[in-house]
Structure formats: structure tokens, C-alpha cells
Write a protein that binds this ligand. Structure first.
Ligand code: 9MR
Length: 369
């Protein structure tokens, strides 16, 4: 009898500790917000069991890093590439994840033909809108009911809150933003619709965005959330600036989403401002200091930074519905190649071997205790 009881206890403890071990990021924050990850094509169709386990164990929301951007999904007027998108939404369904579309209208990764006639001159507003309508109906329409939220317009504002002089803006003025949301709402009336941008922590930029978003809402145009991308550095922006951003968006009447979180641990070469991607700092001790591994000091700073940032998110979990990391592991992060190419960066929570960063996870667990 005693033996059986002991055996039972041992088994229960083993099961409990196993369960404990299985606790992923999404479980840590299950009472707070979705935890998302941006995936590339290889990851979406991966046969690497470690990659798959990592995605499944830690994330309950997915974003497509590049595969649904205009240039990739719709490179020619009559040709669409849906291989990525189809595999992506299938994975989203399989994981029962909150699946995001990114992004319908942006000034980058959009082919020139969208804006030009056969002579290369800019088309008029009517023609541009017709192309936009076809694109949004075809792409968002195809994934109706499978994608739960769309970044409808991405990065349309300057740092001072004025409109970015993109080709969209040159041809149609600020109304192109409204038109994109009108089309998205038609293509999938159930999907949440987002405006997404970086540096939303900057008051000047945020004010421009929020004024316009409120105007849209007042006109009856559906817009559900403002995405703060969250491409942060170790020292900047300040926690106060991040918090102010969250509160302001909420007070303006929108859901808050952190849509592209990462923390750049490398020094930004001054001359890289203006993003000359081809400058080579790969062999620079100063600008690529952790080529062979991050220093314990930098790792500790990263852990503390993530803990501080998540403490703010936790505090405002009533306003924030999702926190998405821009990439699965350091191995694939865009920050290895931005603002200059070929460096070794450490911006995410999983290292180059796809292993969790122990110190970061310990600190994060402390946040919700
Ligand atoms: O991570 C993306 C990278 O692979 C692409 O080369 C880049 C092209 O501009 O876009 C990156 O993702 C961006 C996202 O779509 C919008 N916000 C900024 C992201 C980082 O540049």
C-alpha cells in the first residue's frame, strides 16, 4: 500500500515537473496577451522538429515576416504567389493561433508597376485605387476567416507626424490610408484592422497617427488597433516613452499591439544613419563586438531590458492584446543585417541554436510573479 502510494506520488511529481518544463512563453503570459512570432517561409514549412517545437510551445499568434508583402505575393499585375500564404494560414489553423496578415499597403516591398503606366509615368488616383482594390480583395479575400487581423497600412507617417511622401501619398494624398482600410473591411468584414508603425513611442509621430486614426473612426471607417512595432535598443526608448505610447493609444480609443518586438544589442554606427546597408562593419571590433558570442554583461543587460519592457506590458495588459517578436531566434533576425549588413546580433529570446536564453527567461518569469 505504502509502496503504491509512493509510486503514485513520484509519478505525479514527475508529471508535474514535466508540465512545468513545458511552460512556454505563451503560457507565462496566458492571462495577459497573445505572444506572437514572425515567421519566414522556411520556418512555416519546417521539417526541423526543434523549430516546430519552439513555435508550437511558445507562441499563440503568428505574423508573416515577408511572405504576404505585395512584392512577394503579387509581383506582377496578373500573377499571385500564394504558396507561402497558404502554408502560413494552414500552420495558423493547425496551431490554433491568432493569425496576422502583414501588410496590405506599404511603401517598401511593393513593385514599381503598382504606381506606373506603360510609359513609366505615375498613374492617377483612380487607377491606383483600382489596383489597390484588386490587390486587397484578392489577398485579404483569399484568407477571409483564416487571418484574424491585418496590418492594413504600414509606416505612412514621418517622425514629426506628417505624412510620408510615398508614391501612395504623392498620387492619392492621405486618403490612400482610408481607402486601404475601406477595402480591407470589405474583403473581410470580420478581420481586425490595424495601422502599424515604428517609433510610435515618439510623441510627435504618435500624435499624427492618432489624429488621423480618430478622424477615420469618426468617419465610420473600421480601424481596431494601432501597432507599435517595438524595434527597441538597450538604452532607448525610455520605459516612460513606451508606457506613454501605450496609454495614449488606449485613451484615443484603440487596442494596443506590440507587433515587431526585438532589442538591438549592437552599437549603431553613426555613419549608418540613413541606412547604407552595404557598409561593412562585419570585422569591426567596435561595431560588431560579439562576433563569437555575446558577453555576459550584454546578456545581463538584454535580460534586464526585456524584464523592464514586459513589466510595462504587464502593467497595461488591459490595453494590450498581443506582443509579437520579430523573428524566432537570433539566427534569422533582420537585425543581423540592419542598419548595416553582416553583423552578429542577439535581439530575441532564443539563441542561434534555438535554445532559450536562460537569464532572460528567468527575469521574464519574475515579471509575472
Ligand atoms: O524583417 C523584414 C526583413 O526580412 C526585410 O528585408 C525588410 C524589408 O524592408 O522588412 C523586414 O520587416 C519589416 C517589417 O515588414 C515592417 N517593419 C520593419 C521591419 C524590419 O525592417
Amino acid at each position: 500500500m505504502i509502496k503504491t502510494t509512493i509510486l503514485f506520488l513520484v509519478i505525479t511529481l514527475l508529471l508535474a515537473s514535466h508540465k512545468q518544463k513545458e511552460k512556454g512563453l505563451k503560457d507565462l503570459f496566458e492571462d495577459s496577451f497573445f505572444i506572437g512570432v514572425a515567421l519566414n517561409g522556411r520556418q512555416v514549412s519546417s521539417e526541423d522538429s526543434k523549430v516546430n517545437a519552439l513555435i508550437e510551445g511558445n507562441f499563440n499568434s503568428l505574423s508573416p515576416e515577408n511572405g504576404l508583402k505585395w512584392a512577394l505575393v503579387h509581383p506582377q499585375p496578373e500573377s499571385y504567389h500564394f504558396e507561402f500564404g497558404d502554408a502560413y494560414v494552414a500552420l495558423g489553423e493547425q496551431l490554433n493561433a491568432f493569425t496576422i496578415g502583414h501588410c496590405l499597403v506599404w511603401h517598401q516591398q511593393v513593385p514599381d508597376w503598382v504606381f506606373e503606366d506603360e510609359t513609366g509615368a505615375l498613374v492617377d488616383k483612380e487607377e491606383l485605387y483600382s489596383r489597390m482594390r484588386t490587390h486587397i480583395q484578392t489577398v485579404a479575400g483569399r484568407y477571409k476567416g483564416k487571418i484574424q487581423g491585418w496590418d492594413v497600412v504600414n509606416e505612412a507617417f514621418n517622425e514629426d507626424g506628417s505624412f510620408r511622401e510615398s508614391k501612395w501619398f504623392q498620387i492619392a494624398g492621405s486618403d490612400f490610408i482610408k481607402e486601404a482600410f475601406r477595402n480591407a473591411a470589405k474583403a473581410d468584414p470580420e478581420a481586425e484592422l490595424y495601422y502599424n508603425d515604428y517609433n510610435v513611442w515618439k510623441a510627435s509621430k504618435r500624435n499624427g497617427i492618432l489624429d488621423f486614426a480618430k478622424e477615420m473612426k469618426a468617419e465610420g471607417i473600421k480601424i481596431d488597433a494601432i501597432g507599435m512595432q517595438g524595434h527597441y535598443q538597450l538604452e532607448s526608448p525610455s520605459l516612460e516613452e513606451i508606457e506613454r505610447g501605450i496609454i495614449d493609444i488606449h485613451e484615443a480609443g484603440f487596442k494596443v499591439m506590440i507587433t515587431e518586438l526585438d532589442v538591438d544589442v549592437l552599437p549603431r554606427p553613426r555613419s549608418a544613419e540613413g541606412a547604407d546597408l552595404n557598409m561593412n562593419f562585419a570585422n569591426s571590433e567596435e561595431y560588431n563586438p560579439y562576433k563569437d558570442g555575446i558577453s555576459p554583461e550584454a546578456e545581463a543587460k538584454l535580460a534586464q531590458r526585456y524584464a523592464d519592457i514586459f513589466a510595462i506590458f504587464e502593467k497595461h495588459k488591459d490595453k494590450i492584446t498581443r506582443v509579437t517578436f520579430w523573428g524566432l531566434s537570433d539566427r534569422n533576425s533582420w537585425l543581423n543585417n540592419f542598419p548595416v549588413r553582416g553583423r552578429t546580433n542577439y535581439p530575441l529570446l532564443f539563441d542561434r541554436n534555438l535554445d532559450p536564453k536562460k537569464e532572460v527567461f528567468e527575469k521574464l518569469a519574475g515579471v509575472i510573479r
